[in-house]
Design a binder for this molecule. Structure first.
Ligand SMILES: *[C@@H]1O[C@H](CO)[C@@H](O)[C@H](O)[C@H]1NC(C)=O
Ligand SMILES: *[C@@H]1O[C@H](CO)[C@@H](O)[C@H](O)[C@H]1NC(C)=O
Ligand SMILES: *[C@@H]1O[C@H](CO)[C@@H](O)[C@H](O)[C@H]1NC(C)=O
Ligand SMILES: *[C@@H]1O[C@H](CO)[C@@H](O)[C@H](O)[C@H]1NC(C)=O
Ligand SMILES: *[C@@H]1O[C@H](CO)[C@@H](O)[C@H](O)[C@H]1NC(C)=O
Ligand SMILES: *[C@@H]1O[C@H](CO)[C@@H](O)[C@H](O)[C@H]1NC(C)=O
Ligand SMILES: *[C@@H]1O[C@H](CO)[C@@H](O)[C@H](O)[C@H]1NC(C)=O
Ligand SMILES: *[C@@H]1O[C@H](CO)[C@@H](O)[C@H](O)[C@H]1NC(C)=O
Ligand SMILES: *[C@@H]1O[C@H](CO)[C@@H](O)[C@H](O)[C@H]1NC(C)=O
Ligand SMILES: *[C@@H]1O[C@H](CO)[C@@H](O)[C@H](O)[C@H]1NC(C)=O
Ligand SMILES: [Cu+2]
Length: 629
């Protein structure tokens, strides 16, 4: 009897692949002083007095619990676990004013979720453009069933980052300022590898290392290569792909690459590992900036550390060429295809903002998830979420296609929360908008097993086409992962399967989440404006500043600024101050006043303000409902 019991137990343990663990982390977020580039000491946001902050480790199937205490003193924080699907736990996604209220100073908050996907991820603050001040670190989900497990001996984690000597709040206010009408982003002071420079990585000959590379930058993509070595890419953004040989990769902010590096059988040389920030992203490269960071692959401690050799041309591997290991086929024709035209432009406060279909993101008063939970069957009406969250309500289990046309000369890495997506097409620079005609006449075909990841680059004045399945009810942002553009509004909100979400989460959002709102007097019920009675009445919601009178270009603003400085256009000064006062994001209405002022001054040319841009459904003008196949 006892024997059979034991036998059964033994059998059970053989057939149970993994025993789920609870990985519990107590994180006190506070300030520490560091000087990671050796040029400037500053305070950074650490955890438990540590910086770099700890790496979160888990195994597929584990439950991760993070007990967070905010000891930043004067500001809120939050943690987002980048790339994790949070399937069934969208309230743990960590996005202030989307899935929770920011965690106020001197309070605690618990994140708890199950990890269902293996791979290389990271975690970071998702409030007030805060993570570049240091609150970002790797999150690794180990995989007992890694299909490439027999091909490597050891694992290493290597982070890339850009680095600023100044703190974000000051940088953001000068970036989003009337004195920066072209929206020039602050340029980082240096590049880091593993939050330092000149890191020595000791390796043994004739071994294969699985290196998990995470770019945690605020802004800069990095070209990355290892002198004298090529490597095989096997993972991007947590998704295994069939091994492809590469000499160099291009990792945008928020992207991850898992590579297999086989060391030489014998050598007494050491090799430079180089990261080089993509300076095309910078409007102007400051004198003396070193965009490069070097580490060393050390085979022999006694040998010299070589200086990196300059390369003339960057020829990174094209990630779109990868094929996922699971061979997941191209999703069927979408039930919803949404075309996003993105651009940068100025609003009436003179500040340069970023737009998807003429909408720049402004946080709602009530976190969008809480609006879902308290709006009953009106949760399927985008109106309740407020125009400036740019809500797109998705039905459950549909194929969703996004076509993004970049009407900006910059590169942008776009990230979707709660999913990875198939990348069907991604154009070169300056190839203009996606032309659906090209599909019909057969000049473009989509790959049959498209590459999948959660963050993808769009090239200057180019486009991409991606698809995902709405199989994860939740509130998920889609946004550029350049932190400056998050601050200037390059975000939209997917409200995915809100009715199913209400059922799944009923009674499941812990009380400490609501406490965060209560402690700050933030509403957590009703529509975007906090109206719990008339859900379709969003009066009082947060909106962006009004439109700039037509004809006002950034160049015009610069010219005007100079005119003011020169004191030549007295009347323009009046217009200028008139404009400058309208900085509140609390309702428009000032628009007509600006137009009147502008008209009467005769300084600005009026060329027709597009009223459609502020209508609540403006964002839906580009939605192309499609026949279900
Ligand atoms: C948090 O506590 C610290 C130390 O007790 C105090 O200086 C600070 O003002 C508090 N912050 C807030 C927002 O209450
Ligand atoms: C997480 O996994 C545990 C079992 O390991 C399960 O009891 C719990 O319901 C899961 N939570 C969610 C939100 O799926
Ligand atoms: C990089 O830093 C992480 C911790 O942030 C550490 O776990 C890892 O070992 C470091 N990698 C190398 C190659 O030293
Ligand atoms: C390299 O390692 C492999 C096993 O991984 C072994 O078979 C081979 O002999 C080694 N070669 C040298 C030159 O050490
Ligand atoms: C290392 O040795 C293995 C077999 O021992 C051989 O297949 C491989 O080509 C060698 N690699 C290099 C870089 O010399
Ligand atoms: C690297 O460059 C520096 C300065 O350019 C030089 O002093 C040093 O000798 C070089 N090191 C090697 C190993 O060539
Ligand atoms: C950084 O590296 C690139 C590529 O090798 C090179 O072109 C550039 O001159 C380097 N810049 C500095 C300041 O060393
Ligand atoms: C919405 O819900 C209410 C009750 O909560 C119900 O009376 C009404 O019929 C529902 N409307 C729709 C369109 O389902
Ligand atoms: C297909 O349409 C695209 C876009 O309209 C056009 O550029 C291309 O030349 C056409 N190709 C063929 C084979 O007709
Ligand atoms: C979420 O879980 C459901 C099953 O509960 C599954 O069908 C779906 O594919 C999952 N979605 C994601 C993105 O993990
Ligand atoms: Cu961007």
């Amino acid at each position: 009897m006892a024997l059979t019991h034991l036998l059964l137990l033994a059998l059970a343990s053989l057939t149970t692949p993994v025993i789920a663990d609870v990985r519990e982390y107590d994180f006190t977020v506070g300030w520490v002083n560091r000087n990671p580039d050796g040029q400037h000491e500053r305070r950074v946001m650490g955890i438990n007095g540590q910086w770099p902050i700890p790496t979160i480790h888990a195994t597929v199937g584990d439950q991760v619990v993070v007990n967070l205490k905010n000891e930043l003193g004067d500001r809120p924080c939050s943690l987002h676990f980048h790339g994790l699907y949070q399937n069934g736990t969208t309230h743990m996604d960590g996005v202030a004013q989307s899935t929770q209220c920011p965690i106020p100073a001197n309070s605690s908050f618990t994140y708890s979720f199950n990890v269902t996907q293996p791979g290389t991820y990271w975690y970071h603050s998702h409030v007030d453009g805060q993570y570049p001040d240091g609150l970002r670190g790797p999150l690794i989900v180990h995989d007992p069933e890694n299909p490439y497990a027999d091909q490597f001996d050891e694992e290493l984690v290597l982070t890339l980052s850009d680095w600023y000597h100044d703190e974000m709040p000051g940088l953001i206010s000068s970036f989003l300022s009337v004195t920066n009408p072209t929206g020039a982003e602050p340029v980082p002071n240096s590049a880091l590898m593993n939050d330092t420079q000149n890191l020595q990585i000791s390796v043994e000959p004739n071994k294969t290392y699985f290196i998990r590379i995470v770019n945690m930058a605020a802004f800069a993509a990095q070209y990355f290569w290892i002198e004298g070595h090529s490597f095989r890419i096997i993972e991007v953004d947590g998704v295994y792909h069939k091994p492809q040989e590469a000499d160099m990769i291009y990792a945008t902010a928020a992207q991850r690459y898992g590579i297999l590096l086989t060391t030489k059988n014998y050598t007494n040389e050491n090799f430079a590992i180089v990261g080089s920030m993509d300076q095309d992203l910078f409007d102007a490269v400051p004198e003396g900036l070193n965009p490069n960071v070097t580490s060393y692959l050390v085979y022999d401690n006694a040998a010299a550390l070589p200086n990196a050799t300059l390369v003339d041309e960057f020829k990174p591997f094209d990630d779109v060429l990868l094929e996922p290991t699971d061979e997941l086929a191209l999703f069927e024709e979408p039930t919803l295809s949404y075309t996003i035209d993105m651009k940068m432009d100025n609003l009436a406060d003179g500040v340069n903002y970023a737009f998807f279909n003429d909408i720049t993101f402004v946080r709602p008063k009530v976190p969008t998830l809480y609006t879902v939970m308290t709006s009953g069957n009106l949760s399927t009406d985008p109106t309740v979420y407020g125009v400036n969250t740019h809500p797109l309500v998705l039905e459950h289990n549909q194929v969703i296609e996004l076509v993004l046309n970049n009407h900006d000369p910059g590169k942008h890495p776009f990230h979707l929360h709660g999913h990875d997506f198939q990348v069907l097409a991604r154009s070169d620079d300056d190839s203009g908008d996606w032309d659906p005609e090209a599909l019909r006449n057969g000049s473009v075909t989509f790959p049959s097993t498209p590459m999948r990841r959660d963050t993808v680059l769009v090239r200057p004045n180019g486009h991409f086409v991606i698809r995902f399945r709405s199989d994860n009810p939740g509130v998920w942002l889609f946004h550029c992962h350049i932190e400056w553009h998050v601050d200037s509004g390059l975000i939209l909100t997917f409200v995915e399967a809100p009715l199913q979400l209400q059922q799944k989460l009923a009674g499941k959002i812990p009380d400490d989440h609501y406490d965060a709102c209560r402690a700050q007097g933030m509403p957590y019920k009703g529509n975007a404006a906090g109206n719990t009675v008339e859900l379709l009445d969003t009066k009082g919601m947060n909106v962006s500043p009004g439109l700039l009178p037509g004809g006002f270009t950034p160049r015009g603003i610069v010219a005007l600024t100079f005119s003011i400085v020169a004191g030549l256009l007295g009347i323009a000064v009046i217009v200028w101050y008139g404009l400058g006062e309208i900085s509140s994001t609390e309702q428009k209405g000032e628009e007509s006043k600006i137009n009147a002022l502008a008209k009467s001054s005769g300084v600005v040319e009026i060329s027709g303000v597009n009223a459609a841009e502020v209508s609540p459904n403006a964002g839906h003008g580009h939605m192309r409902p499609m026949q279900t196949a």
